[in-house]
Design a binder for this molecule. Structure first.
Ligand code: C2E
Ligand code: MG
Ligand code: MG
Ligand code: MG
Length: 280
């Protein structure tokens, strides 16, 4: 009987894997098509400075409308990453975002945008070189004036820090030499050591919402966030709190000494035209 059971279980697993593979293939094809049909859209979520109350910039968030409904990037980005399509999607995002940045600065000079870049675009030396070059090329295509790179933040994740790869440090340094800023997204969810904060060419950390949202109930969590904030600021980094939804969380963020806030408490992600109205 146990042999039979084993066979059944094996059968179940292979069937499951087969289904997952088919699902991935279907989504991959749909994403490919989405690029051609321009079924992607950008949303923008404002980031607020606590001391001035002003919106200083917005994070660019990708949206995919598939068969009438929006699919979360949490679902389709991993598939785009595993199939390599993330490179093309990333390029599309950066081109549209850089276009939007020029438009937004017509209304509000100095306004900034933060753009997510997948660590898969740092996978090889070649991909990294392409990333830097494509940003330069887009800028040249879009304007004959110097592009306002200093208003553009690239968000990467901790896992890239942990690879601690010499070439990725060089690529980030190149981007910073162009004027771009580098942020660590979802800080605290990976397992990077705090010493990376001083070793890497960084300008900003974004503390993950899981730390902010438990902040009201957990005193140790509060101590941790306050310590990370103090340390980061001592290293000259800007600190952004992600996922602030309620007043209690905002109070906590203020107490921790965090200067920038992104979250539903202030604004949800919105369309470009809504953002334009908001900042004009
Ligand atoms: P992220 O970069 O950490 O973006 C912040 C996410 O938190 C966004 O989810 C945003 O809508 C959500 N958020 C903001 N404020 C709140 C809040 O107060 N409460 C809650 N519960 N959520 C809040 P979104 O747009 O679904 O994006 C999810 C993730 O997908 C992003 O996390 C990022 O990792 C990835 N992503 C989105 N756009 C892109 C893109 O253009 N390129 C790449 N490579 N990844 C992207
Ligand atoms: Mg982000
Ligand atoms: Mg984040
Ligand atoms: Mg995230």
């Amino acid at each position: 009987a146990s042999k039979e059971e084993g066979r059944n279980r094996f059968h179940f697993f292979t069937q499951q894997m087969q289904q997952d593979a088919e699902r991935t293939a279907v989504i991959h094809t749909a994403l490919r098509l989405a690029l051609d049909l321009e079924a992607f859209e950008l949303n923008f979520q404002p980031i607020v400075s606590i001391s001035t109350g002003e919106i200083v910039r917005a994070e660019v968030l990708l949206r995919w409308k598939h068969e009438g409904t929006y699919i979360s990037p949490e679902h389709f980005i991993p598939i785009a990453e595993s199939s390599g399509l993330i490179v093309e999607i990333g390029q599309w995002v950066r081109k549209e975002a850089m276009k939007a940045l020029l438009e937004l600065q017509q209304i509000n000079l100095g306004f900034g945008l933060s753009i997510n870049v997948s660590m898969y675009e740092f996978w090889s030396h070649e991909l990294q070189d392409n990333l830097v070059k494509s940003i330069e090329d887009i800028a040249v295509d879009l304007t004959t004036n110097p592009f306002p790179f200093e208003s553009m933040v690239i968000e990467i994740t901790e896992s890239l820090l942990m690879k601690n790869n010499h070439h990725s440090i060089q690529s980030l340094t190149k981007l910073r030499d162009m004027g771009l800023k580098v942020a660590i997204d979802d800080f605290g969810t990976g397992f990077s050591s705090l010493s990376y904060l001083s070793k890497f060419p960084l300008d900003q950390i974004k503390i993950d919402k899981s730390f902010i949202q438990q902040s009201d109930s957990d005193i140790k969590q509060q101590a941790l966030v306050t310590a990370i904030t103090t340390l980061s600021q001592a290293l000259g980094l800007d600190v952004v709190a992600e996922g602030v939804e309620i007043e209690l969380e905002l109070d906590f963020v203020k107490q921790a000494g965090i200067e920038f806030v992104q979250g539903y408490y202030f604004y949800k992600p919105m369309s470009k035209s809504e953002l334009k109205t908001l900042i004009s």
